[in-house]
Design a binder for this molecule. Sequence first.
Ligand code: S3P
Length: 167
Amino acid sequence: MTAPLIVLVGPMGVGKSTVGALLAQRLRCAFWDTDDVIVAAEGRSVADIFTEEGEERFRALEKDAVATALAEHDGVLALGGGAVLDAGTRRLLAAHPAVVHLSMGVEEAVGRAGLATARPLLAGDPRERWQELAEARTPLYAEVARVVVATDGRTPEEVADAVLDAA
Ligand code: S3P
């Protein structure tokens, strides 16, 4: 059976996709991002899926995409920030030996360019929305991850180094 070498979880804007791509380069393996898998399969953006069919539909697509990726992909896998909301997904992740939680504080999050771009759940007041989501989800990331790597004040390269040291 195949399984990803490293699975990245964590909040929106923490750099899962950037760091995941760097890790894949360093490990010379493939990189998968479940948001990209969903967008490619659906032929429309995450924002369009939310607008046209709602969050529930997106979560159903996400649950299937994560289960397939965990079963079929090797290499590095990055999950959308809300993938851990599903209890079945959390069980699958908890059984995986290299789930890494990339963390950051709210100040770092709002300081990152483009945080609210194309992220429907941050519409309105991105700082407040980001913080609410972080409060609800941090325990869920903790439930599934073997290690936490803080990204505050670190470049993606430094975060990738820290993940390789920790994973
Ligand atoms: C979401 C995170 C997004 C994307 C969608 C919902 C979330 O992915 O899946 O907008 O609920 O946290 P990123 O974490 O890659 O931004």
